[in-house]
Design a protein around this ligand. Structure first.
Ligand code: ZN
Length: 437
């Protein structure tokens, strides 16, 4: 506890001073160019009025410029665009409910009937701060935040009431009857409406999108399947959702875990598949040809061990289970890359892990390297690709002229060891410094 207070104390004054000065000259040791996936040396970044004014070699600061720009010396570090987690649930916590099939139902029931929106908002606020300080400067929050709790958190962050990442919000996900709350009695089905937007038929699908547009969502999240619940949206319902969402220039991303629902979602025209665990080669080829992205929320080996240890009562055969699980995810990611599917980084981080907020999310980047993806490609996935998935690719995810100054710094060993991403030394979001160790 003491440690956390100390870090907070050190960070706050910097953030407060920073808000008064928006012009910076940032000296970098190495700079990761996420467009070309290359590390470059000898580049400085000029930040002016909340935008990247320029990125050029060795800016010599004159006495005159010194009045305009404040120097930040990161010449001993590697500078990257802020990380972008395209699949979060900041207001959802799944605790230790045992090995039962209805673990998520119990966690959701608890949120809806015992925690309530006020607690969830405060929990989400604490996590938002943790994510930002871990170097995750933008997230796409994909439901499980009650009735638009994500939108309220986005507003509080934008109003500078609390520190947090830029948020692209989905509101309650659109799903078929029962959604992701298996095992609820018929008389208790109304609880589902507190967490999901249940869609019944094509007309209702269009109406659901319009309701979300009115609540200012940034993206439409659908559940192509509800496993272990047996219901799933029809291709016609998903197509109606996609057509209506695209009229408002909103992307549609589909939770889909089995091959049939993944294929149906792709045929309906969605822009991205979340998870995509059990996907066939032919569906991956279909995704590539339709330019449908994949967000593999796979974690890594050590994260998976932590997850099993904290969420399961029976941990016998843990090693074999983790190895089997990882092999399955790794095979799917490698096949997706082989067939030319574009990957974005997403964590689906919601489990109570006892790790600092934001840390479980970054384990996914270690997981991608465990699958053999080279570090520069992993960092490109976590920045430029994710920015595109959030529909923010024209101003986030790359450190270049005109883009928003969301910038982080890590140890120079990052080009050889992805674990350097776990210790972020510097965080700037929108030209404001939040961490400067
Ligand atoms: Zn999720």
């Amino acid at each position: 506890m003491k440690k956390i207070y100390l870090i907070t104390f050190l960070i706050l004054p910097v953030a407060l001073c920073a808000q008064n000065n928006k012009n910076w000259l940032i000296k970098t040791g190495k700079l990761f160019d996420s467009e070309t996936a290359q590390f470059k040396t000898g580049l400085d970044i000029l930040v002016k009025d909340g935008r990247i004014e320029d990125v050029k070699p060795d800016v010599d600061i004159t006495a005159d410029q010194r009045k305009q720009y404040t120097l930040i010396d990161l010449s001993n570090s590697t500078v990257l665009p802020g990380l972008i987690d395209a699949h979060t649930h900041l207001l959802y916590r799944e605790g230790n409910s045992g090995n039962g099939p209805n673990t998520s139902t119990i966690a959701l029931e608890r949120h809806l009937t015992m925690d309530g929106d006020a607690y969830r908002a405060l929990y989400g606020a604490a996590r938002a701060k943790g994510y930002l300080e871990a170097g995750i400067t933008s997230v796409q929050d994909l439901g499980n935040s009650g009735m638009y709790g994500d939108i309220a958190l986005r507003k509080a962050i934008a109003d500078r009431l609390l520190p947090g990442p830029n948020m692209s919000c989905a509101g309650p996900g659109l799903a078929a009857a029962g959604a992701q709350m298996p095992g609820l009695l018929a008389g208790d089905q109304h609880l589902v409406d507190g967490e999901y937007r249940i869609v019944s038929g094509v007309d209702d699908a269009v109406q659901a999108v319009r309701e979300h547009v009115n609540q200012t969502v940034n993206v439409i999240k659908i559940y192509a399947d509800n496993r272990p619940n047996r219901t799933f949206l029809s291709v016609e319902e998903m197509r109606a959702i996609v057509n209506e969402a695209h009229r408002y220039h909103l992307r549609v991303t589909a939770h889909a875990t089995v091959d049939e629902s993944i294929k149906n979602a792709v045929l309906a025209g969605v822009d991205c598949i979340e998870h995509g665990y059990n996907v066939s080669d032919s569906t991956l080829m279909l995704m590539a040809s339709h330019k449908v992205m994949l967000v593999p929320t796979d974690g890594d080996k050590s994260g998976l061990v932590t997850f099993f240890m904290t969420t399961m009562k029976d941990t016998t055969g843990m090693d074999a289970r983790v190895t089997r699980n990882r092999k399955y995810y790794i095979d799917r990611l490698q096949r997706a890359l082989k067939f030319g599917v574009t990957i974005a980084y997403g964590s689906d981080d919601y489990a109570e892990s006892k790790l600092p907020f934001g840390e479980p999310s970054k384990h996914n980047l270690i997981g991608y390297t465990e699958a053999g993806v080279p570090i520069p490609q992993v960092l490109q996935i976590a920045t430029r690709n994710s920015a595109r998935q959030l529909n923010w690719g024209k101003y986030l995810g790359i450190i270049k002229k005109g883009y928003l100054p969301d910038i982080i710094a890590v140890d120079n060993s990052i080009d050889k060891d992805i674990h350097a991403i776990m210790d972020v030394k510097f965080v700037m979001k929108g030209g404001v410094v939040y961490v400067n160790k």
